[in-house]
Design a protein around this ligand. Structure first.
Ligand code: NAI
Ligand code: MG
Length: 358
């Protein structure tokens, strides 16, 4: 079997730290999993690249990524650069440029972890959040005018198109249908936002008609936050807009034990262009360079990438190794209440992959 060609883009801060740990884990996985192999190519794009070149990636960056099977991404964000420059210059440039319109974020409370909820509630968390990833509130449409004057104005326009809503709704319905509970919660805010969000509701309803086997319920986004906390077992697959799902998925990651565990797939379901896999968290200025970043979210991310590449067995094997390490609780990073550094957690996962103890 040919190697999977993976573009490795650590980006900034702990993004680089956890992605390099992930490459080590994937290499170890390839040694134990028959037929699995990778060809990694690293790209040093990000904020340091920006300081040298005045851009986050080269002008032909997308063209250089186009031929890869997947992109393994860390995070962007630099204490000395504006966040909108770093985010739009690299991460959003890739997501939008490759039309990775489906952002998928699974959450489970892994064995051995407690999270902030009471244990009987925390154990019920088994969700996957589907985030519209190409338009909505983050479409990038808007403007600034009258700078410096009292009448100065700044606007971001939330953009909902029939094609955009329809395709993400279909993706979410397909995903919900593939899960045992066949349960979809659609998040909205059509009580207050009476144009775009009402349209969102209408288009999603049209799509849902094609899925009679699904149980569907609707939540306003504010009420959704309390349902995630108070009744986590009543939720399975969630469909939400770009902004709403961005916020709900950080809440989900925290309820799952730590932001350091959250994982994401940015998928182009047409498979015309590479999809991108990344941990949920950012570059974490407060802990970068200290060697204590939790790499588990980036490993879970690698498991999502393997699934996308058609390597289901390897994906499950990697998840099992991660869960062995969380269950033993001997090699957890400080955000999970442990004392292990990034390298120690990584060694423990690699040892679990090889079937032993770290
Ligand atoms: P952040 O996710 O970087 O950090 C939030 C908090 O969680 C910090 O206290 C951090 O130490 C902790 N944390 C995050 N990941 C962790 C890990 N793996 N292990 C242990 N602790 C972890 O979010 P923040 O601080 O709001 O943003 C920092 C920078 O990252 C900003 O420039 C922001 O724009 C950028 N960012 C980039 C993202 C991306 O590239 N996808 C996503 C989120 C933020
Ligand atoms: Mg976010």
């Amino acid at each position: 079997m040919s190697s999977h060609r993976i573009a490795v883009l650590g980006g900034d801060g702990i993004g680089v730290e956890v992605v390099e740990a992930g490459v080590r884990v994937l290499q170890a996985l390839a040694e134990v999993e028959p037929g699995l192999s990778f060809a990694f190519e690293r790209f040093d794009w990000g904020s340091d690249y920006y300081r040298r070149n005045s851009r986050m990636m080269p002008a032909d960056g997308l063209a250089r990524l186009e031929g890869f099977d997947a992109i393994y991404f860390g995070a962007v964000g630099d204490p000395d650069l504006p966040d909108d420059i770093t985010l739009w210059g690299l991460r959003l440039a890739i997501c939008q440029g490759f039309d990775q319109y489906a952002n998928v974020r699974p959450t489970r409370l892994l064995p051995g972890l407690t999270g902030p909820l009471r244990p009987e509630l925390g154990r019920q968390i088994d969700w996957v959040i589907v985030r519209e990833n190409s338009e909505g509130e983050y479409a990038g449409v808007g403007g600034r005018a009258h700078r410096g004057l009292p009448i100065e104005v700044g606007m971001d326009v939330a953009v909902f198109t029939r094609a955009g809503v329809e395709r993400i709704a279909r993706f979410a319905c397909d995903l919900a249908s593939s899960r045992p509970r066949r349960l979809l919660t659609v998040v909205t805010k059509s009580n207050a936002q009476r144009h775009g969000m009402v349209f969102w509701d209408e288009v999603v309803k049209d799509v849902i008609r094609d899925y009679p086997g699904l149980t569907v319920d609707w939540m306003l986004v504010d009420a959704m936050t309390q349902r995630m906390v108070n009744k986590p077992g009543s939720i399975d697959t969630v469909l939400a807009t770009n902004l709403h799902a961005d916020i709900l998925s950080d809440l989900a990651a925290a309820l799952g034990g730590s932001l350091g565990i959250g994982s994401t797939a940015n998928i182009d379901p047409s498979r015309k262009r590479p999809s991108m896999f990344e941990p949920i968290h950012g570059s974490a200025f407060d802990i970068m360079g200290k060697g204590i970043a939790n790499p588990l979210g980036c490993f879970w991310t690698a498991s999502l990438m393997l699934d996308h590449l058609g390597e289901g067995a390897a994906a499950r094997r990697l998840m099992a190794a991660i869960e062995t390490v969380t269950e033993r609780r001997e090699h957890l990073s400080p955000d999970l209440g442990g004392t292990a550094g990034t390298a120690e957690v990584t060694d423990a996962v690699i040892a679990a992959l090889r079937g032993g103890n770290a």
